[in-house]
Design a protein around this ligand. Structure first.
Ligand code: NAP
Length: 298
């Protein structure tokens, strides 16, 4: 398969390339102007909201499948600047989906758990959506834009992801907690926001299974452990043998964040288990793999 993945230097794309079997060609695009040396993927600079540049890319390459993960992904950044968030996410998704349709490529649009308000977990794929901030509403618009262009597209909704991120990109809760504890810094973590976090390598394997089976419709991607951020911190300290006393238990009122966060967006994982045969990993299993692969990667 020749696959395009947008957002090539993000955590999701890293999980995707690290779980690739040999024989596939992966082309990735990211926005900022830096070069990445990567034997597994050819990285190109491209702003997905530039429709002409997207068209030129699809004229040059005949992709069998496209995973569209690029866009402004910080909830607070989008809340501060929703128009930029919309241009990057909705504009980019429309351009990519149109181009995928033109060449007949299978499209997987990467959405989010933030399309739910967190009031009635656990969430299945056909539960009603009700985003509570700009980012959630914009990602929902993207789902609609992708399916309007490509009715046979798949919408994959990953929940909070963790794993070893690329050095050039933002940390995730586990890599952030690990860095802080290694430095001996105290960290406040909230005990009132719940998810079942997704290891990026499990996410990668699930994406490859989607590309193989090519289903249409929505899939929820999540791990097997429902947990809050405070408990997650304790688990990171335990697995990596770090000082759990540095972790302070707080609730969400401690962080006057710009955007309100849904309290519990735990996903049901029945569909990926039955349709794709993917068994969700526990947090302890994901962290054990991270510990065993420290220093490996980029
Ligand atoms: N991480 C999570 O916990 C999580 C949870 C739910 C859903 N998701 C979804 O999963 C997807 C991937 O997230 P991630 O965490 O892997 O992302 P990430 O680590 O924040 O990386 C974002 C990637 O997108 C690229 N990008 C941003 N705007 C772009 C644009 N206009 N054109 C081209 N590339 C652009 C960035 O390129 P540069 O490096 O050049 O800036 C980078 O490669 C996103 O759609 C996000 O909404 C993530």
């Amino acid at each position: 398969m020749k696959v395009l993945i947008t957002g090539s230097t993000g955590l999701l794309a890293k999980g995707f390339e690290e779980t690739a079997e040999s024989g596939h060609e992966i082309v990735g695009v990211h926005k900022r102007d830096y070069r990445v040396a990567d034997p597994r993927m050819k990285h190109l600079h491209l702003d997905v909201s530039d429709a002409a540049a997207v068209d030129a890319l699809f004229n040059e390459h005949r992709f069998d499948a496209v995973i569209h993960a690029a866009g402004m992904a910080s909830v607070d950044a989008v809340e501060k600047n929703p128009e930029e968030g919309r241009a990057s996410n909705v504009g980019g998704t429309a351009a990519i989906a149109r181009a995928a349709k033109r060449i007949g490529a299978y499209l997987v649009y990467i959405s989010t758990n933030a399309v739910f308000d967190g009031a009635s977990p656990p969430y299945a794929e056909d539960d009603p959506v009700s985003p509570i901030h700009h980012y959630g509403r914009i990602k929902l618009e993207c789902e609609q834009a992708a399916r309007a262009e490509c009715p046979e597209a798949c919408v994959a909704r990953p929940i909070l992801m963790y794993g070893w991120n690329h050095a050039v990109n933002r940390p995730n809760p586990v890599s952030w907690i690990y860095e802080k504890l290694i430095k001996g810094e105290r960290i406040p973590l909230v005990d009132d926001v719940y998810e079942n976090p997704l290891f990026n390598l499990q996410c990668g394997k699930t994406l490859w299974s989607l590309l193989e089976k090519r289903p249409a419709g929505v899939f929820h991607l999540a791990g097997a452990t429902r947990i809050n951020r405070y408990e997650m911190g304790l688990e990171v300290a335990r697995v990596f043998g770090l000082d759990a006393d540095l972790i302070e238990r707080v609730d969400s009122s401690f962080f006057p964040s710009i955007a309100p966060r849904p309290k519990d967006t735990t996903f049901k994982t029945h569909k990926v288990q039955t349709v794709l045969g993917i068994e969700p990993m526990t947090l302890a299993e994901g962290l054990a793999v991270m510990k065993s692969t420290m220093g490996i990667g980029f």
